[in-house]
Design a protein around this ligand. Structure first.
Ligand SMILES: NC(=O)c1ccc[n+]([C@@H]2O[C@H](COP(=O)([O-])OP(=O)(O)OC[C@H]3O[C@@H](n4cnc5c(N)ncnc54)[C@H](O)[C@@H]3O)[C@@H](O)[C@H]2O)c1
Ligand SMILES: O=C(O)C(=O)C[C@@H](O)[C@H](O)[C@H](O)COP(=O)(O)O
Ligand SMILES: [Zn+2]
Length: 360
């Protein structure tokens, strides 16, 4: 097992990465103060892994309530969030209660948000079971739900007590979910580490096959990169926004197509192709570099062609981006592969990118 530390002063926490972690009681024990833990999961993950986690928690003296949500991005809503509060109140959860998110990014984001809100804030633990949640969403404390008009529009920054990423859970992950997670892995290389991006390029077969050693490296290096960025800027006042590379375009695809039609990672994969195209138009990236990145994204089985939402609609969807200031959207661009830059861009250039990528 590898353990990284996200340094955030009194909100610092460990990120454990390894095999066979789900039933290691010591990993949970030190982060649980009370006697009641509510495990939040979904209908797909519960039959696979809930038993093991519940038994382990009971083994350390916890009373455990399992809260099972419906599965899918379309359920990352107020109505479904309410089911977590119902489960907590019906079981007399108090301020010492711990929430445990067992699942992918949807479960992690919703459970974290519930933990931020319940009695104005209780502790929670992230137990991510998708590649995407292990390399990205379980780390950094962004929690929330979607709004029909915009992705993750309602939420809170609320850091977990610990992240326990059991690589064995990736064995049951469907191929397209694996690819979705690889999009965020590519993102980390593209924005912060050209060497890691080359490693991804060289190891694409192993990554596509979910090879354990390749997964271990992808998860560890991604968590290192994300932790270093978050440690500098917990609440996205500045540098943290680079973790949003590909997301201005990607979130527009997710909201525009209806949540769940495109997986988050697929939308980010395609969004990175568009953001790289824009970086070329602004003069920060060469065409050869953009085309190399696109090839990597394609090789990892991610879509590179956006849906034909129309230019006006696409611009409208992007205008609600959380990085916008005074009505101006700030884009995350690549300043060469392995380095990112945040800046505003003339609408004309953005429209050229949309047209060149066939959004019309
Ligand atoms: N908070 C953040 O920093 C952050 C970062 C990236 C993404 N996100 C959010 O994360 C979400 C996407 O996360 P995701 O890709 O994990 O999607 P997800 O949570 O929908 O999980 C994907 C699918 O895999 C299933 N699943 C989970 N674990 C499994 C396993 N081990 N075996 C088999 N099936 C399994 C789930 O039930 C689901 O059907 C989006 O809502 C996105 O906005 C948040
Ligand atoms: O942690 C971050 O910061 C990120 O931007 C990571 C993204 O991969 C993730 O999708 C995040 O939820 C997007 O944040 P948002 O603030 O644009 O909703
Ligand atoms: Zn993302």
């Amino acid at each position: 097992m590898n353990t990284l530390q996200l340094d955030l002063g009194e909100r610092s926490y460990p990120i454990h990465i390894g095999s066979g972690l789900l039933d290691q009681s010591d990993l949970y024990r030190k982060h649980i103060k009370g006697t009641f833990t509510a495990v939040v999961t979904n209908e797909t993950v519960a039959p696979l892994y809930a038993d093991k986690v519940v038994k382990t928690l009971e083994g350390i003296g916890q009373k455990v309530k399992l809260i099972v949500l419906p599965d899918g991005e379309e359920f990352k809503t107020w109505e479904v969030l309410q089911k977590i509060f119902d489960g907590l109140l019906e079981n007399s959860a108090d301020r010492k209660t711990t929430l445990l998110a067992l699942g992918g990014g949807v479960i992690g984001d919703m459970t974290g948000f519930a933990a931020a809100c319940y009695m104005r804030g209780i502790k929670f633990i992230q137990v991510p079971t998708t590649l995407l949640s292990q390399v990205d969403s379980s780390v950094g404390g962004k929690t929330g739900i979607n709004h029909p008009l915009g992705k993750n529009m309602v939420g809170a920054f609320h850091q977990p007590q610990a992240v326990i990423a059991d690589l064995d859970t990736l064995k049951t992950l469907p191929a397209e979910e694996l690819a979705a997670g690889l999009a965020e892995v590519i993102k980390h290389g593209a924005i912060a580490d050209a060497e890691f991006l080359s490693w991804i390029e060289k190891n694409q077969d192993a990554l596509n096959k979910c090879d354990p050693a390749a997964m271990e490296h992808a998860v560890r290096r991604s968590c290192e990169i994300k932790s270093q960025v978050v440690a500098q800027d917990e609440k996205e006042g500045g540098i943290r926004a680079i973790l949003n590379f590909g997301h201005t375009f990607g979130h527009a695809i997710e909201a525009g197509m209806g949540y769940g039609a495109w997986l988050h990672g697929q939308a980010v994969g395609c969004g990175m192709v568009m953001a790289a195209d824009l970086s070329v138009r602004v003069g920060l990236l060469s065409e050869a570099e953009a085309s190399r990145l696109k090839k990597i994204i394609e090789a990892l089985h991610l879509p590179t062609q956006p849906p034909k939402l129309g230019v006006d609609r696409f611009m409208e969807l992007m205008s609600v981006d959380k990085k916008a200031e005074g009505g101006e959207v700030r884009y995350i661009l690549l300043n060469g592969l392995g380095q990112a830059k945040i800046q505003t861009v003339d609408d004309d250039l953005v429209i050229q990118t949309l047209i060149a990528n066939g959004v019309v």
